[in-house]
Design a protein. Structure first.
Ligand code: AMP
Ligand code: MG
Length: 415
């Protein structure tokens, strides 16, 4: 064990840097996947376009393609061709216009499109030819989407290490990719420790024995892991016994990249995670200078990475976001794993500065400021449900109403 309860508290930044360093020598495993299935996955290779998008100048309106120089007040122009989307026009005859539809290629010779609402059909000199009069003076280039204006040939449109969302999938498809090279999902084994824990559904609320509580961590941790792109094996609750804990950890390490536990990492308690991990691999126990969430364990169980989160639900939730999230993203090759913060106004006082960096549960209000949940205890999960983010408060800082503070949106973290 590298630290004891008396060791100085470890700054969060240092803890995250050390966790990430454990992944430095580990290549990102990747696989080919259908673009349709790749939402939320991390790209393992740059996407370089092998064509221009759009491939040709085309119309962004239903209307008429023409040469601006052909227009004169009161002059009617013959409609010499019709170009629907998906077809190819002919060179535009001088002094005529082409009927054109959105997405159809601009015929050679035309230099603008006039929308149909700005044109009027007029009777032609002979009955077969259709003629129009243009009621505005178009600017050269108007309503024309230029070849390559979205994507140039050879451009890197999506970067290795980015997390794919709906827009990125559309972009991959627009340059013709039906499959993408993406990071494999981390295989994660999850279990909870604690003899007081009961699974919802196993015992009705009115029948809960004294001292028992429902296992809430298992539910939000499994969901958080999935949001981070993991494949989760839920290994249930491990009893507070060393042999059972060793067995569970050993099983978990076999076919998983990462083992995550909650509970049993605080100091001086009925706690078997520490000796069990030490028996099977190696363990660093940290006291991180954050509130909530001071105790934190990490190391290896066999070849698998291991992280042990504190049991208190809010501590567990917050330490997941602060430490496990960047770790799992980096395991998938994401380079930028920093917390996305924004400066907002505190609409409350927080007079009790703490020597640790605090992550207060707050909520944006309709005046653009932040409200504070009144009970900031690490056992009060209501604060996380009520809040829509965390206020990142540096050590030793009291907050006065009106101060500018750093806000981290839960939506940004979970996206
Ligand atoms: P521990 O870290 O095991 O000392 O647990 C700290 C506190 O968190 C205790 O009050 C536990 O009952 C509670 N706790 C631990 N694990 C869970 C869990 N999975 N769900 C809800 N509460 C938990
Ligand atoms: Mg416990």
């Amino acid at each position: 064990m590298s630290s004891s309860p008396r060791s100085p508290l470890l700054p969060l930044e240092t803890a995250v840097a050390q966790l990430l360093a454990a992944l430095d020598d580990q290549p990102v495993r990747s696989e080919m996947l259908s673009t349709l299935q790749a939402d939320g996955r991390v790209l393992a290779q740059d996407v370089v376009s092998k064509l221009e998008v759009p491939p040709q100048d085309n119309s962004s309106m239903d209307g008429y393609a023409l040469r601006c120089a052909d227009l004169a007040p009161g002059r009617a122009l013959e409609v010499s061709q019709r170009i629907p989307a998906g077809s190819q026009g002919l060179p535009l005859l001088a002094g005529t216009v082409a009927r054109i539809f959105t997405g159809a290629p601009i015929p050679p010779g035309a230099d603008a499109v006039v929308m149909q609402e700005d044109c009027q059909e007029v009777p032609g000199a002979n009955s077969s030819a259709q003629q129009i009069q243009v009621q505005t003076q178009p600017l050269a280039g108007q309503w024309i989407r230029r070849r390559g204006e979205d994507v140039r040939l050879g451009a890197t449109v999506l970067q290795c290490g980015m997390r794919l969302g709906p827009a990125a999938l559309g972009m991959a498809a627009s340059v013709g990719l039906a499959q993408l090279q993406v990071a494999c999902k981390p295989r994660v084994a999850l279990f909870s420790t604690g003899d007081e824990l009961v699974m919802p559904g196993a015992v009705a609320p009115q029948d809960m024995p004294p001292g028992a509580i429902y296992n809430s961590n298992r539910f939000f941790l499994a969901a958080l892991l999935r949001r981070m792109g993991c494949e989760v094996t839920d290994m249930g609750i491990v009893p507070d016994r060393l042999d059972a804990t060793v067995q569970a950890l050993d099983d978990a390490a076999q076919a998983h990249d990462f083992v995550l536990t909650s509970g049993g990492v605080s100091v001086g308690e009925e706690d078997h995670i520490k000796p069990a991990v030490q028996q099977l691999g190696r363990l660093d126990l940290w006291q991180i200078a954050i509130k909530p969430g001071k105790p934190f364990a990490h190391g290896r169980v066999g070849a698998a990475h291991f992280i042990g989160l504190p049991g208190n639900p809010v501590s567990s939730f917050v330490t997941f976001l602060l430490l496990v999230r960047p770790f799992l993203l980096r395991m998938q090759g994401v380079q930028n794993v920093a917390l996305p913060t924004q400066a907002l106004r505190a609409d409350f006082d927080w007079p009790r500065a703490d020597r640790r960096q605090e992550f207060l549960r707050v909520r944006r209000n309709t005046q653009g400021g932040l409200d504070l949940f009144p009970n900031q205890s690490s056992g009060v999960l209501t604060s996380v449900v009520w809040g829509d983010g965390l206020l990142d408060n540096p050590p030793g800082r009291a907050i006065v109403r009106g101060d500018t503070v750093q806000f981290i949106s839960l939506g940004d973290l979970l996206g």
